[in-house]
Ligand binder design. Structure first.
Ligand code: NAP
Length: 311
């Protein structure tokens, strides 16, 4: 397949690129601020996703079989401070990618999130109506609607952990969600530093972790089968933060006595509502992709292998 994507230099996107390249697909990712040094396995094109003409031209030149829109303006403060930029970066960019895909006769996938749910909808399946509690969730739901109404697919990922394939040394800090949670624990405990697992009613306390590489693998399967509609690219198990931290210690052979429980650091908290339980289920995804969701222990074992191979 010829795979054109946005955000291939980001955390999730770099895993889509990696999974596509190892399967022998031809890949082009847009780049924005970060320019990878001399990639030989894939092409890059400097394109601002909010620039309709640039997106259209890049897609037209590459003539892809699938367009995967993964990039985001990943900045909570900025999206609240500049609603125009936020809307253009999420909903506008999704429209540009969908239009480019249509013109190229390519299928279209937008990457989305479990934060489209409100935190009380634990176990929500692909058909559950979203009810976001913050602007990020609203922007993602609006982007999802664009994709679905244009005949595309939505690949929701949740609590994504894994190796950043483009910027392996980028900071891995705990945040109010589950992304990077496992790596941040491993990094601390391997240096014999204690790690405070944040526990609070105001953060994402329960989620269904997924592994970035597996998310990429599932998206490529959606593309290969030219499927549309909503997919949940996630693992099998809903877990709490401390449960995931303890399991991480078991799988990575780390000293769990270094784990503490505490409140989130005030400066790491965006001043917006955060959904509490964003666990999701994936019956439609399992059926259409012939994929049995992976238990969280197995995902962590896979992550350990990737983490050590990348070290
Ligand atoms: N990480 C998670 O735990 C998680 C959970 C749920 C859903 N998701 C979804 O997964 C997707 C990727 O998230 P991520 O965590 O991988 O984000 P990320 O690491 O911050 O990557 C964002 C990517 O978007 C690019 N980008 C930003 N502005 C751009 C622009 N104007 N034009 C073109 N590219 C631009 C960035 O390039 P530069 O860095 O060069 O600007 C970067 O490659 C998003 O759709 C997100 O909603 C992620």
């Amino acid at each position: 397949m010829r795979v054109w994507l946005t955000g291939g230099t980001g955390f999730v996107g770099s895993n889509i690129v990696h999974e596509a390249v190892v399967r022998g697909h031809d890949v082009l990712t847009t780049v924005n601020r970060f320019i990878p040094e001399d990639p030989t396995a894939y092409l890059t094109d400097r394109v601002d996703m909010t620039d309709a003409a640039a997106v259209a031209a890049s897609i037209r030149r590459f003539a892809p079989d699938v367009v995967i829109h993964c990039a985001i303006l990943n900045d909570f403060e900025r999206i609240y401070a500049d609603r125009r930029a936020a809307w253009d970066s999420y909903v506008g960019a999704t429209r540009h990618c969908a239009t480019g895909a249509e013109a190229a006769g390519a299928s279209f996938i937008v990457v989305s999130t479990d934060w489209v749910f409100d935190g009380t909808q634990g176990g929500a399946d692909e058909d559950a109506p979203p009810n976001p509690v913050n602007l990020y969730g609203v922007l993602k739901v609006a982007s999802e609607l664009v994709a679905v109404e244009r005949g595309g697919a939505v690949a929701r990922v949740s609590g994504v952990n894994g190796v950043h394939r483009a910027r392996p040394d980028s900071p891995r800090n705990q945040d109010p969600g589950f992304g990077y949670f496992v790596a941040s624990i491993v990094d601390s405990l391997r240096q014999s530093k204690s790690f405070t697992v944040w526990e609070s009613d105001n953060i994402n306390m329960v989620a269904t972790p997924s592994l970035a590489s597996q998310c990429g693998e599932l998206m490529l399967r959606i593309a290969d089968r030219r499927l549309d509609g909503v997919f949940h690219c996630c693992g099998a198990d809903a877990v709490g933060r401390m449960e995931l931290a303890e399991l991480t210690c078991e799988v990575f052979g780390l000293d769990s006595s270094l784990l503490r429980s505490g409140s989130p650091e005030a400066q790491a908290m965006p001043n917006v509502p955060i959904p509490y339980d964003t666990s999701i289920s994936a019956p439609r995804t399992a059926e259409l992709l012939d994929h049995e969701p992976t238990p969280v222990r197995q995902l962590l074992e896979r992550f350990r292998a990737e983490y050590e191979a990348a070290a």
